[in-house]
Design a protein around this ligand. Structure first.
Ligand code: GDP
Ligand code: MN
Length: 383
């Protein structure tokens, strides 16, 4: 799921002829000043990172003069906000906001739905999940028949639903239709405008832009695929992707190496079942080589959150002896002091076990997942 930064999303809005504030991106404080000069009125300066919630994190600031814009840009550029290094800021005209709305499109994958759903709300600027949970009547939801697209009557229902009147009804409906068209054309998995604002003089504009793209369709959008997705900026995730490892950092302390997404899920469940939390999701895949195993294990043990490592492998295409060689190689290269539980089953399991046993490594071995879980639990208590 490739994520776009706000200014990249707004560039798509612009192409789709959706209304956005006047502005441009700056990589230096001087550029920020020049943009503010060109705008010729108070501006807002926003850090460009791959996540929302920037306002609360100090990443959205206002400047009355170009000089002030330069100073603020100097404090933001190079800063780390929400874990991201700020390399770009967006400098935009500061709008006089009369009302904030929310607009978004998701895909409802439930068996009885399986369609895009357009959602608008009068509660813009808020966490929409909370609005939907606490005051569902404040969210207007329009499921879309993918064959027909968002129909004009649905767009009107949205516009009236958020309480608009007169020419703004048509404007809001137009934004909904264009947003939906963009969602389909660019193969998005999620779009969000939070907030979509009404200004003091009655104009509607997209003040923010959050777009996620469907990775499986990226090949159809070479221009978008070329954009760097720093949402994966976790250094371990970047390292893992270099070796074709499917690695996602999580919040717990049990490092897991598994093969196959199904076994990965079952292993996560197992860890949760014993009252622990996985530190990551590391799927070395079906055709992993010894080198990939070595790199995967390196990544696991360099995560400071990990207290216990669980290697849970079902040897199919990946044979157990390949796994065992990779693990022993990794241990030779690193000095692993963490406790490691290995559960092996499947093709060449005997050979795999023998390689591990002969390596003189101080691992715990398990033959079943239940046994492995018991060992992990015991080791966590000690750790
Ligand atoms: P986010 O915090 O990452 O979602 O960043 P947003 O772009 O949504 O900005 C956060 C908040 O800053 C918005 O909800 C607005 O309340 C405020 N804000 C941003 N731009 C402007 C502006 O031009 N004028 C005013 N008055 N407020 C703004
Ligand atoms: Mn926002």
């Amino acid at each position: 799921m490739a994520r776009l930064q706000e200014h990249e999303g707004k560039a798509l809005f612009k192409i789709a002829k959706m209304p956005i504030p006047q502005g441009a991106v700056a990589k230096t404080p001087v550029e920020a000043r020049q943009i503010a000069e060109k705008i010729g009125k108070p501006v807002v300066i926003k850090v460009q990172i791959w996540t929302g919630g920037r306002g609360k994190a100090g990443g959205v600031k206002f400047a009355d003069t170009p000089e002030e814009a330069e100073k603020i840009a100097a404090t933001l550029l190079g800063a780390t906000i929400k874990g991201y290094l700020v390399e770009t800021v967006l400098v935009e005209e500061k709008l006089d906001i009369a009302k904030e709305y929310y607009a978004g499109i998701i895909v409802n994958a439930q068996a009885d739905a399986r369609c895009p759903v357009v959602m608008f709300s009068t509660e813009g600027g808020m966490d929409i999940e909370r609005v939907a949970a606490e005051t569902p009547d404040k969210v207007i939801t329009e499921p879309v028949d993918p064959a027909a697209g968002l129909r004009p009557f649905q767009a009107m229902r949205i516009a009236y639903g958020v309480g608009l009147e007169g020419p703004q009804v048509r404007q809001m409906g137009d934004i909904a239709l264009k947003l939906y068209r963009l969602f389909i054309e660019k193969d998005c998995s999620h779009v969000e405008i939070n907030p979509l604002v009404k200004t003091g003089d009655g104009k509607l504009l997209a003040l923010d832009a959050k777009i996620n793209l469907d990775d499986n369709a990226l090949f159809r959008h070479k221009d978008l695929a070329a954009l760097k997705d720093g949402s994966q900026e976790d250094p371990l995730e970047v390292e893992a992707s270099r070796y074709n490892l499917n690695y996602i950092k999580l919040k717990g302390n049990v490092g897991c190496m598994v093969n196959g997404a199904g076994l990965a899920m079952a292993t996560m469940d197992l860890i949760k079942h014993i009252g622990a939390e996985p530190a990551n999701f590391l799927d070395v895949g079906g055709g992993a080589t010894s080198e990939m195993i070595t790199q995967g294990l390196k990544i696991l043990v360099s995560d400071p959150d990990v207290r216990v490592v669980l290697i849970n492998i079902f040897g199919g295409i990946l044979r157990c002896d390949t796994l065992a060689r990779g693990v022993t190689e990794a241990v030779k290269q690193l000095s692993i002091t963490l406790p490691v539980v290995v559960r092996l089953e499947g093709t060449n399991v005997e050979l795999g076990r023998r390689i591990l046993a002969d390596s003189g490594l101080n691992f715990s071995y398990a033959t079943t997942m239940g046994e492995a879980a018991g060992q992990v639990r015991a080791l966590l208590r000690r750790a």
